[in-house]
Design a protein around this ligand. Structure first.
Ligand SMILES: NC(=O)c1ccc[n+]([C@@H]2O[C@H](COP(=O)([O-])OP(=O)(O)OC[C@H]3O[C@@H](n4cnc5c(N)ncnc54)[C@H](O)[C@@H]3O)[C@@H](O)[C@H]2O)c1
Length: 393
């Protein structure tokens, strides 16, 4: 490495914040965040002042000063920003999910959970084709910010697959949180869906990645997802739901629970659970059942530190882990969450690849497969779990 990499950042929410923190911990490359932009002038000015980053009115205004555009805006904005960066020949990092279907230009009367899903799938496939074409044409580095790929356990699993040439027979995975820090999460027209896309994309991405690795090692080509059967539910909007004010409930038109059963083109399977209805912090893992070993990768709780604190007040200024509602009693603290969740690893890989001209572990192909699989899952869920083919791009 050694070369200077100039980065422009879009988005000053939760993701923008952890991208700055991780970019500033990258080793082996001279990284400079030369600009930041977001929708609201007040929040981008505050963010720029906090981190000492020049503020721009738009992404376009930053493009001729940067080598890489880091997209941390909500999903509805991703495609346009990716296309602008690719056409300008700039490398790209894009937060998950890659894109989605967001309804009509005026979303006032649009309810994504009630809208027909087959047209959404078609729209998403068109978007994926446009993104793939733009990135392929210019050959820029595209880092799909799927942190599960870079979690320490998933990277150890990659090594096991590569060195033992094993066959993975089945996998299970989950990502569940008590909602999201983003104010627009829960609104389909901005998020592109609910738990399946917002959270299920993570274990699905990790699982699709491992089958890609297995395919490359054993056959010289990725093993791809072939079909999906899915269900979705709106548990916090059930008429009989009893709200004890502990679980976030303000979802407009998204599911808060989802399940996907994936079959791969080699006949093996994976099962993914995802939800907004979990207390006690975030719950993220992937389990692998192979023909020569079995593994369980815990992203959160990762089990690095069990902590007992009898008085919550004593810990009021101490961050323990994401989305625990109390600092009192026993907790599973995450002493270095950016590392255990894979955030640091993904940013390190993307920077190294942009500087060295190499391909990242979490690439555009993985983003395309993940997004196509999830919108096929929405079509399946509309038919209460019918098996739906996943388009190949
Ligand atoms: N990998 C992870 O674990 C993880 C965690 C959180 C969020 N995310 C992803 O990061 C992205 C952002 O999520 P967030 O929680 O930070 O959201 P947020 O709503 O908190 O922040 C979004 C930011 O983008 C800006 N923005 C919105 N529309 C824009 C547009 N058209 N042009 C420019 N800026 C625009 C907003 O002003 C805001 O600053 C999403 O894709 C989300 O799924 C990933």
């Amino acid at each position: 490495m050694g070369k200077k990499l100039k980065i422009g950042l879009i988005g000053t929410g939760f993701a923008g914040d952890f991208h700055v923190r991780t970019l500033r911990r990258v080793y082996g490359a001279d990284v400079e965040i030369v600009g930041v932009t977001s929708l609201r002038p007040a929040s981008r000015e505050a963010f720029g002042a906090k981190w000492g980053i020049p503020v721009f009115d738009s992404a376009e205004a930053m493009l001729d000063r940067i080598d890489l555009l880091d997209v941390c805006s909500p999903p509805y904005a991703h495609e346009e920003q990716i296309l602008a960066a690719a056409r300008a020949g700039r490398h790209i990092i894009c937060e998950k999910p890659l894109t989605g279907a967001f309804g009509p230009a005026d979303p006032t009367d649009f309810y994504g959970d009630k809208a027909p899903k087959a047209p959404m799938l078609q729209e998403v496939l068109e978007r994926l084709k446009r993104i793939k074409q733009a990135v392929d044409e210019t050959g820029v580095m595209f880092g799909y910010a799927e942190n599960f790929v870079y979690a320490p356990g998933i990277q150890k699993e990659r090594e096991i697959i590569e060195k033992t040439r094993c066959q993975i027979l089945r996998m299970t995975g989950e990502e569940s949180h008590n909602g999201s820090a983003s104010p627009v999460y829960g609104i389909w027209s901005q998020a592109g869906g609910g738990s399946l896309i917002g959270k299920g994309c993570h274990p699905l991405g990790g699982i699709l990645y491992l089958k890609r690795v297995e395919g490359m090692v054993r056959h010289g080509a990725p093993i791809r997802p072939a079909t999906v059967s899915a269900r979705v539910h709106e548990l916090t909007r059930l008429p009989q739901y009893e709200d004890k004010q502990l679980i976030r409930t303000d979802y407009r038109d998204i599911e808060d629970y989802g399940f996907m059963h994936i079959t791969f083109d080699d006949g093996t399977v994976a099962d993914i659970l995802t939800s907004e209805v979990v207390l006690g912090g975030i719950y993220d893992y992937v389990e692998v059942f192979a023909n020569n070993h079995r593994s369980r990768s815990r992203l959160s709780p990762a089990g690095l530190m069990d902590l007992y604190n009898p008085r919550g007040e004593e810990f009021k200024d101490i961050y323990l882990t994401e989305k625990v509602s109390t600092q009192e009693g026993w907790s599973f603290a995450a002493p270095d969450e950016f590392f255990t969740m894979g955030y640091q690893g993904e940013i390190q890989d993307f920077v190294a690849c942009a500087v060295n001209g190499t391909a990242p572990q979490s690439d555009l192909g993985l983003a395309l497969d993940t997004t196509a699989a999830i919108y096929a899952a929405y079509v399946s869920a509309e038919q209460r779990g019918a098996e739906v083919e996943i388009g190949q791009l």
